[in-house]
Design a protein around this ligand. Structure first.
Ligand code: ASP
Length: 438
């Protein structure tokens, strides 16, 4: 069986619901459909979840929220009217309105977009509506897998078909709790894992992951297959197509995920596969991703490795200042810490002072403006000369490499270049590998 999740843009208005219906009914193995709240479309400028959160903000300050609620109301009423279904949407909206006035929690209010969308779609498809509050259990924004798996298996009868709202579930106190934003992807993944689905489909408005940012390489090449691990390594990928945390539940059960486009269902999309199931690849590289604006803190100290507590002391400085380390290239007497500039902004002086006190280094340099590029591919493990290709591409384009690091899995090469060289570097690497394929 298949679990299919449809994102907000796939359910933004009645014509999108029609597309979803055609897709779902095309394969009776699509037993569980998980939905987001209505998202943006060409005509609709706001996501319903954002509007609901605005209602909460206004209501919690005792301000009138009727205007914003009116927009939400209009959207749902139009969908129900255009689909010509029998659902008392006025009553549903009235209940939610009353809950907001009555001081409902932020998470409860935020969840109502998914709740209503699932009710509408269940009615439209003639599937059973199954409330996520009865099958997904959330503690501190994370799912309680054991409890959720048990409930999912006891509540879902695979002879039937269901629509389940994504994004939320019940907390320990039985009140509604949500995942972080975009969390319907996680709900779908948990249900797919619990039911041991053959496939977890994630329907969105793009036909999968692209090999590189199309604004830089000026062409849209979809990645056909990618492994879970490659995808993690490509996490600097521009637009978030899939919630990062959605991988883990399905990965644990070795269930493939397919990213598909509701507006172009004929496209093959991107298939995300368990790491072991595909060893080789037609391509040396699967994708290139990257991000600008990193800061490097470089510490120099002769014989630093002799002091066994050196790294622990430096790391504790980052830890106590709440700064996440992205990369940590080392050499015999130097170590660099690469962190997102936004994380360290304003704390640079404090950090270098604390490092100086703890470790008495010979020098500390802080430089901003580094961009990181991750070249990722399971095909690299067996291919020789991948880094040579990358370095040649950069040298030919006169781009200076500021940092190099290869992941121990040997399927990613990370390079640091100056922010201003970022686009040119990605383009050069992309072109070089493309040339080699010909
Ligand atoms: N509707 C929620 C959001 O906008 C959750 C989701 O779409 O997955 O974040």
């Amino acid at each position: 069986m298949i679990v299919s999740k449809f994102g907000g843009s796939s359910l933004s208005n009645a014509s999108q619901f029609e597309k979803v219906k055609t897709i779902v009914l095309n394969n009776s193995e699509r037993k569980v459909v998980v939905v987001s709240a209505p998202g943006k479309s060409r005509e609709e400028k706001h996501k319903v979840t954002d509007l609901l959160l605005m209602c909460y903000q206004l209501a919690s300050h005792k301000l009138n929220f009727d205007e914003v609620f009116g927009i939400i109301k209009k959207r749902f009423k139009n969908i129900v009217k255009d689909l010509n279904i029998k659902l008392d949407i006025d009553k549903e909206l009235e209940i939610i309105h009353r809950e907001i006035i009555g001081g409902a929690s932020r998470e409860f209010i935020a969840s109502r977009g998914e709740y209503l969308n699932a009710k509408i779609l269940a009615n439209f498809l003639d599937f059973d509506f199954l409330d996520a509050k009865d099958i997904i259990f959330i503690e501190n924004e994370k799912a309680n897998m054991e409890k959720s798996f048990k409930a999912i298996n006891s509540k879902i009868d695979l002879e039937k078909h269901y629509v389940v709202p994504g994004f939320y579930g019940s907390g320990i106190d039985s009140k509604i709790k949500t995942f972080s934003r975009g969390g319907s992807d996680i709900s779908g993944a948990i249900i797919a894992a619990a039911l041991d689905a053959e496939l977890y489909e994630n329907w969105t408005d793009v036909s999968g992951f692209l090999t590189a940012d199309p604004k830089i390489v000026l062409e849209e090449q979809t990645i056909k297959t990618v492994t879970y691990r490659e995808l993690r390594e490509l996490s600097y990928m521009g637009a978030p197509v899939l919630h990062e945390e959605a991988i883990f539940p399905v990965k644990a059960e070795q269930i493939p995920i397919k990213i598909l486009n509701t507006n172009r269902p004929q496209d093959s999309g991107t298939l995300i596969l368990p790491d072991e199931s595909v060893n080789c690849s037609d391509n040396i590289i699967t994708g290139i991703s990257g991000k600008k604006d990193f800061t490097v803190i470089r510490i120099e100290k002769v014989f630093m490795a002799e002091d066994l507590s050196f790294y622990r002391k430096v790391l504790s400085v980052f830890e106590t200042n709440d700064i996440k380390i992205e990369h940590m290239p080392t050499s015999i007497d130097t170590v660099s810490f690469v962190v997102a500039s936004s994380e360290i902004e304003g704390k640079e002086k404090k950090i270098s002072e604390e490092i100086a006190i703890y470790t008495s280094p010979d020098n500390i340099f802080i430089s901003k403006g580094l961009a990181i590029i991750a070249v990722v591919g399971r095909g690299m493990v067996s291919a020789k000369g991948t880094s040579a290709i990358i370095f040649t591409a950069l040298a030919e384009n006169n781009i200076n490499i500021r940092m190099i690091s290869q992941g121990s899995s040997e399927m990613n090469i990370i390079i640091g270049v100056l922010n201003e060289d970022f686009e040119a570097a990605i383009e050069a690497i992309y072109k070089k590998f493309k040339e080699l394929k010909k």
